[in-house]
Every structure is written in structure tokens, then in C-alpha cells.
Write a protein of this length. Structure first.
Length: 226
């Protein structure tokens, strides 16, 4: 399990003393802070994710979303308990890497969201400082401009060095707009120089009315969300 200091910068990987007996397997979900005046829904849930004593507490951004719709607000609450279900998440199929089946939304909600997964391997000897700084600024930029619900990133596998990160957006249009922002462009340029491998995967996260759980589907083109 990840060890978390709740007053630390959520964009920076935590450090551990040599006495630590547990490796960092993954970090808590980093959720975008809600707009001023928006309160989380207080519906009851039987989801095992909410009752798990081992689930890491989520972190939140300094910046706030400008707006969020009701179904996305329900998703935001459910994602407080988002985490991988295997230490090998970096190489597992995206649908099988996380606890999607434990996340529950109200039955009346119906919506879809755009999801991007980043599979990577750092180039040996690369300097991570500038990239972490650029990534932090790009993340806050994306929250301020709207649409980004969650950013989650793991830690490099101790043997292979492979890693996985993922973003969940209110829509594909929001994600596309973020790609043209200055901090995002700088982060991508640094990533190209810092990573030996950097692959993108795109998915459609779907919630149907009358169901409580999410469906993870490969992105097949067209608009997603709104």
C-alpha cells in the first residue's frame, strides 16, 4: 500500500526511509477539487470499496473545476475509492487493472466519460525534476479549464520499470482542448525526452440507466461525454 502524507504536494512521488518495509505499489487517486459551492451527493452505497480499511485516502488539487454535471459528481464521489487490484497493473489490460466492479453510481444516472491511459518506461538517467514540475502545472491548468475529473499514476515496476497513469475526463472535447494548452505542450515535449516508452490508450467509460456499475469500453471514435 502507498504511504501518504496528506499535507504533501500530490504531484510529487513520496519518499521513504530505508527502514520502510513496504514498497510503494501505487498512489491514491488525485481528484479535481469541486467548484465553489458544490457539495458531494450523500447517497448510501453498499460498495465494498467504501468499506475497505486498506483503500488509500484520495488527494485533491489546488485548483477547482469551473463546473460539473450531476452524473460526473456521482462518478467523482465513487472515484474516491479508485485503485488497482493487482501489483502488475502496468502490464495488465486496462479493464482488468482497476477495481471498476467495486465503484457504484446511482441507478438513475446515465452518461459516458472519456478516459486515457498512459503506459510508460523512464529513460535511464533522465532527470525527472523538470518533468514533474511541468506535469504539475499541466494538471492544474487542465482542472482550471474544466473537464478533468481524476488523474491517477502508479510507480515504476521494480523489475521492468514499466508504469501506468490514467485520466478521466467529462468529455473527449475537454481532453482535446487540454492538449493545446501551453503547460501541457511543454510537459509532452519533456516526456518525449524523458521516456524510453510512452504509449497512449483511449477508452469510453459508460454508465447506463438502471445499472449501478461502470462499463469500460475501447474508444471507437466519435464524441464522448459533453
Amino acid at each position: 500500500m502507498a504511504e501518504v502524507a496528506h499535507n504533501r504536494d500530490p504531484h510529487v512521488l513520496p519518499t521513504f526511509s530505508r527502514r520502510s518495509q513496504s514498497p510503494i505499489l501505487y498512489l491514491p487517486p488525485l481528484l479535481s477539487s469541486l467548484p465553489v459551492g458544490v457539495v458531494q451527493p450523500n447517497y448510501s452505497t453498499s460498495s465494498p470499496a467504501f468499506s475497505s480499511p486498506s483503500a488509500p485516502r484520495p488527494l485533491s488539487t489546488d485548483s477547482r473545476l469551473p463546473s460539473i454535471d450531476q452524473a460526473s459528481l456521482s462518478l467523482h464521489r465513487a472515484l474516491h475509492n479508485f485503485h488497482p487490484i493487482t501489483d502488475e497493473y502496468a502490464t495488465m489490460p486496462y479493464k482488468e487493472a482497476f477495481n471498476w466492479e467495486e465503484l457504484e453510481l446511482p441507478e438513475e444516472d446515465e452518461r459516458e466519460w472519456y478516459t486515457v491511459a498512459f503506459r510508460s518506461k523512464r529513460r535511464e538517467g533522465s532527470d525527472g525534476g523538470p518533468l514533474y514540475d511541468a506535469d504539475k502545472k499541466a494538471h492544474e491548468e487542465a482542472v482550471q479549464n474544466g473537464g478533468l475529473i481524476l488523474y491517477w499514476y502508479g510507480t515504476p515496476h521494480p523489475q521492468s520499470g514499466l508504469n501506468l497513469a490514467t485520466c478521466i475526463w467529462q468529455s473527449r472535447a475537454h481532453a482535446a482542448a487540454a492538449n493545446s494548452r501551453p503547460h501541457h505542450i511543454r510537459a509532452m515535449r519533456l516526456a518525449a525526452a524523458s521516456y524510453e516508452r510512452y504509449d497512449l490508450e483511449r477508452y469510453r467509460l459508460r454508465k447506463l440507466k438502471g445499472e449501478r456499475h461502470l462499463r469500460v469500453e475501447a474508444y471507437d471514435g466519435g464524441d464522448v461525454g459533453w
